[in-house]
Design a protein around this ligand. Structure first.
Ligand code: WTA
Length: 688
């Protein structure tokens, strides 16, 4: 048995409470969606698709596992071929393509030069519309990545060092990622919208000595002074000293930040690059199982976890899924409107598409600025053929401009949705309006931990079903368990906890520096811990799901203390612990409130220490503290200062009751509470 985690010992770790799927929030709505009709992809799409062989499901079935994944591994160029496809001798720590050696940057750049050197690898679409698109060919990308890699080496970055980035959606972000990959360093990109404190915590955890940032960027019509945040981050690091801050300039040669450079610490990359013209750096040949990057994500504690992703397994999985699922051909122009600071962008703006020689669009701005036609102008200008976004974006674009798509002459062959459940009604608008009734839609279910999509239909092989992601991807065997570990049968109409039966190459290796938490969080609930047989291990995803009789899964949302806001994961404990740092706050509780655009928003309830009085100012102060600690994405929509929290007799805060109040639902039986009278008071306060 693995050592029990510290969190468990201290009782902070929450064993997942049994869920009543017919009574709670997000799931309740989703579970009552009616069965939807099936929609067939158009023949024109099928005719051109990369994967049209139904035999693939048989090829990737359990009887051919794990060797089936050779098909993905073979999409990459290896310096040394692997000797063992899966080493499962130490479950649940799995190793893929063992003995193999490769370089991720070589696979995403160098190997395409011969055939696609002069083709755009990246098209950067700046937010200001009077700025031209930047077309970065594979040859140009190769030059820029090499020069920056040489600079990083001179800055003292070594193989396996972790370099932290705090970068927005600019071409310099993938260039920085690929340069790190080239020299064998590990990158850790923190979402550009996260606060300086969030960056400091992640840099501390990763022990980064180098931070890469940018002077400024455009967002929703504003120029964001980004470098200022780097100064704050450096000062807030507790355990690690960031020795160097490397700063890209949004306009090379024109430093655009109000903050001065710190002598001996800050370096303007674009200045220094003058000295690296034409420099080349050999890609380091890395063992497949070395780490490519970390991506921090929220969990059930106050501390985000660094999901550690491998080189060979990750890259082969995103290459395979980019080809078969996203149906990317080298001649497509593919646009994923997500942020590279989230896993979707890592896998499906950068590594997946570039590994198969795609043309990938990077958009700096927001899709509704300056108006809701913005996305469709980009689609028309660039002849985008594949469009990928989230339900929140779709809802937002629809609200702002329901008829805008009609005005533009673009044609998508494929559209994707990711990150949250999509309501069938929103799905249909996406299909009819955005896709003009022509495009095939894939709904892709997966998580930061998974590296790539694990639940979706291969678009030419299975019919679409609004609101369902489809079946397990080839080689992925999802299974739904009830609380007691009994399998819930297909088509029973019952919801349960979705798990994955066997490891797959894209899955993360562990949580950075915290293997106990990895085992505890993902493998303790339904696995036979201690067993040496990998078939005794079930990856616990933390999502509720139902499986229809036709086999397709409908993902119902998180079942743990994670809230999905606008497709982004927020840990309730992170927000509560930020609230708790205000001296006035005695207790706090975060719940998800349904929202027509963002799926969910955050409602924060706080109780004050004796001697403090509620006020609007205090609410605002608490709200701002969350923004400072985590970032604007976590900003509570409402802060309610309540006289007391509803509690069980053992003193546990009944968050579920607060969630019911926030969502205008019945609270149910309150008699078992220690303080039932407070429920009415809070109800009046919230529902007025
Ligand atoms: C949710 C994003 C419904 C789910 C790639 C998961 C989805 C969390 C879907 C992971 C989908 C992701 N339908 N829900 N197609 N895709 N989710 O780590 O709750 O940012 O656990 O990864 O998003 O969010 P993450």
């Amino acid at each position: 048995m693995p050592k029990m985690s510290k969190e468990r010992q201290e009782g902070i770790f929450l064993p997942f409470a049994p869920r009543e799927y017919d009574a709670v929030g997000e799931e309740a709505i989703a579970v009552h969606w009616k069965e939807e009709e099936l929609i067939q992809p158009k023949e024109e799409f099928i005719r051109q698709a990369n994967m049209t062989d139904v035999g693939i499901y048989e090829r990737f079935s359990e009887k051919n596992y794990p060797e089936c994944f050779k098909e993905y591994g073979d999409m990459l160029s290896w310096d040394r071929y692997w000797t063992e496809t899966l080493d499962a001798s130490n479950p649940p720590f799995f190793k893929w393509f063992v003995g193999g050696k490769l370089n991720a940057c070589y696979n995403c750049v160098d190997r395409h030069l011969q055939k696609y050197g002069n083709k755009a690898a990246i098209i950067f679409a700046p937010e200001p519309e009077d700025e031209p698109y930047q077309f970065i060919t594979y040859r140009e990308l190769h030059r820029r990545v090499n020069e920056f890699a040489a600079l990083l080496l001179d800055m003292g970055v070594k193989e396996n060092d972790v370099v932290t980035f705090h970068l927005p959606m600019v071409a310099e972000l993938p260039i920085s990622m690929l340069a790190c990959a080239r020299i064998g360093a590990i990158h850790s990109e923190v979402f550009g919208g996260f606060s300086s404190k969030a960056v400091a915590e992640r840099a501390d955890d990763a022990e980064s000595k180098v931070l890469i940032t940018i002077d400024s960027y455009h967002r929703s019509g504003r120029v964001i002074d980004h470098k200022a945040r780097a100064d704050e981050s450096v000062n807030q690091c507790k355990e690690t000293k960031i020795e160097k801050v490397l700063i890209w300039e949004r306009y090379p040669g024109k430093y655009s930040s109000s903050t001065p450079l710190v002598e001996g610490r800050d370096y303007l990359i674009n200045d220094l690059l003058e000295n690296y013209r034409g420099r080349r750096v050999e890609p380091v040949s890395k063992p497949a199982e070395d780490t490519l990057f970390l991506m921090y994500t929220s969990g059930t504690t106050a501390r985000p976890k660094g999901c550690q992703h491998s080189i060979g397994g990750y890259l082969s999985y995103v290459a395979g899924t980019s080809r078969y699922l996203f149906d990317i051909h080298p001649e497509d122009t593919y646009w994923c409107l997500a942020d590279i600071g989230w896993i979707t962008g890592h896998s499906y703006i950068v590594y997946g598409p570039l590994s198969i020689a795609a043309t990938s669009v990077i958009f700096e701005g927001t899709p509704t600025y300056p108006d809701a036609g913005r996305s469709w102008r980009i689609a028309e200008d660039l002849h985008v053929t594949i469009f990928h976004t989230s339900p929140t974006m779709i809802r937002m674009i629809r609200r702002e401009g329901p008829d805008e798509p009609d005005k533009y002459n673009y044609h998508f062959k494929l559209m994707c949705t990711v990150g949250e459940p999509i309501e069938p009604e929103v799905w249909r608008w996406y299909y009819d309006k955005v896709g003009k009734g022509e495009a095939t839609i894939i709904d892709t279910w997966w998580q930061t931990e998974n590296g790539g999509v694990i639940g979706s239909n291969l678009p030419a092989l299975r019919a679409m079903k609004p609101g369902s992601c489809g079946i397990g991807m080839p080689g992925i065997y999802p299974i739904i368990f009830d609380e007691d570990g009994n399998e819930i049968k297909t088509g029973s109409g019952k919801a349960g906890n979705i798990c994955i039966k066997r490891p797959w190459p894209g899955s993360f290796q562990t949580i950075w520096k915290d293997p106990d938490r990895y085992v505890e969080t993902y493998y303790s609930k339904y696995s036979k811990l201690g067993s040496k047989d990998y078939r005794d291990y079930y990856y616990f995803a933390g999502d509720g799901a139902v499986q229809a009789a036709d086999g397709s899964f409908r993902i119902l949302g998180r079942i743990d203390d994670v809230i999905n806001v606008a497709g982004h994961r927020l840990g309730t404990k992170e927000i509560e612990s930020s609230a708790g740092t205000n001296e006035e706050v005695a207790e706090s509780a975060v719940v998800a409130k349904k929202d027509p655009i963002k799926g969910n928003v955050v409602d924060l309830y706080v109780a004050l220490k004796p001697g403090f009085e509620p006020s609007k100012e205090l609410e605002e102060k608490i709200r701002n503290k969350v923004v400072t600690d985590i970032g604007p994405i976590a900003r509570p929509s409402r802060v309610y200062i309540v006289p007391d929290m509803p509690k069980t007799r053992s003193g546990k805060i009944m968050r579920r009751m607060l969630a019911a109040i926030s969502n205008q639902r019945e609270c149910g039986d309150v008699t078992s509470l220690a303080n039932p009278e407070v429920v009415e008071v809070i109800k009046n306060q919230v529902q007025g």
